[in-house]
Design a protein around this ligand. Structure first.
Ligand code: ASP
Length: 333
């Protein structure tokens, strides 16, 4: 009996210590997107929808597990994005779209909200997980962005996996490329088709220490020209994180996101105007982006765990996980 009481007392002490340790900890949260675009209900079969959602959940769970272990927001962002990069469903890593020349050029960036450190790569063709290289740029170089061959030279000194360019070839993206090319030839020469599908991936996370991080990775836009760089590797456009305001990852028509420095604008509104992330994201997406003629969306996370998934396209692959919620969605609700 005495032994029993002793064990119970010890157990309760342990539970208490655990609770204390987590008392005052930030509400760990991860929010992800798998791209915004012309995603109307009925576009996918039920099986396809289920497969997309399962992949989003897998990415969320991977990121959330990292946060729950007490690890850094940046580790969670990387864990979630690697899963989406490795999946052929999304326009990043394995599922990257094709350039006009029929090649794959990948862009990626990360930002750490605690230090404002950032890293980015643009136009890489042989890096399996560009998000890892973007992080290596942030952590192991004095620079913020590398492009093309220079990025791959730097990558040789880093712990990142190289693949042959053919690794990025998927039949689905190839037929999208061929269709886009055919449709373009029917319309105005050189015009970027409006119907291009997006599918960039991104994640924002809040860890127990209250630190925010953001990351984004993409194959860009179908039929983009050789050397075209989009918003994704541009800090302040595709990615931004600052513990004083918010963390953002963007997806959509990159040229507009660059011109409006969407990610930074949302956080700047929060910081300077004192508005909440909902107001800031709505203004930037539904007023500024829309008025300029662009489309796409953002995921936004605040230091208190508040989050937004805002878009003006038909849909956005997206998901969130915290202590109370696990939710994934594709279409407008
Ligand atoms: N923003 C990306 C780009 O323009 C495309 C996307 O979000 O799907 O490269």
């Amino acid at each position: 009996m005495k032994l029993m009481i002793f064990i119970l007392a010890a157990l309760s002490l342990t539970v208490h210590a655990f609770a204390n340790e987590h008392e005052g900890a930030a509400p760990v949260t991860i929010v992800i997107h798998g791209g915004a675009g012309a995603l109307e209900p009925g576009r996918y079969t039920q099986e396809e929808e289920a497969a997309y959602k399962a992949k989003l959940r897998e990415a969320l769970n991977a990121g959330y597990a990292v946060l729950n272990d007490g690890d850094a927001a940046m580790d969670a962002v990387e864990a979630a994005i690697v899963i989406m990069e490795d999946s052929p469903y999304f326009n990043a890593g394995k599922g990257a779209v094709f350039t006009r020349e029929g090649t794959n050029e990948l862009d990626s960036s990360v930002m750490d909200g605690a230090t404002l450190n950032a890293g980015a790569v643009a136009g890489v063709t042989r890096i399996k997980n560009p998000i890892k290289l973007a992080r290596a740029v942030m952590e192991n170089s004095v620079h913020v962005m590398f492009t093309g061959e220079g990025a791959e030279e730097f990558a040789k000194e880093q712990d990142v996996e190289f693949v042959e360019p053919e690794y990025f070839h998927t039949d689905r993206r190839w037929s999208e490329y061929e269709n886009a090319l055919a449709r373009e030839n029917e319309s105005r020469e050189g015009a970027l088709p409006q119907h291009l599908k997006y599918g960039t991936v991104g994640a924002v996370a809040l860890d127990m220490n209250g630190n925010l991080a953001a990351g984004t990775s993409t194959g860009g836009m179908t039929l983009k020209r050789y050397g075209r760089v989009g918003d994704v590797p541009i800090i302040g456009a595709g990615t931004f994180a600052d513990n004083n305001s918010c963390a953002v990852s963007s997806t959509g028509w990159g040229e507009y996101f660059m011109r409006l420095t969407i990610a930074r604008d949302i956080c700047a509104q929060v910081e300077y105007k004192g508005v909440n992330i909902k107001e800031a994201a709505n203004d930037v997406i539904h007023n500024r982006l829309e008025n300029l003629g662009g489309n796409g969306g953002v995921i936004v996370l605040a230091p208190d765990g508040a989050y937004e998934m805002t878009f003006n396209s038909a849909g956005m692959f997206r998901g969130v996980k915290n202590a109370d919620t696990e939710d994934v969605a594709i279409y407008k609700e």
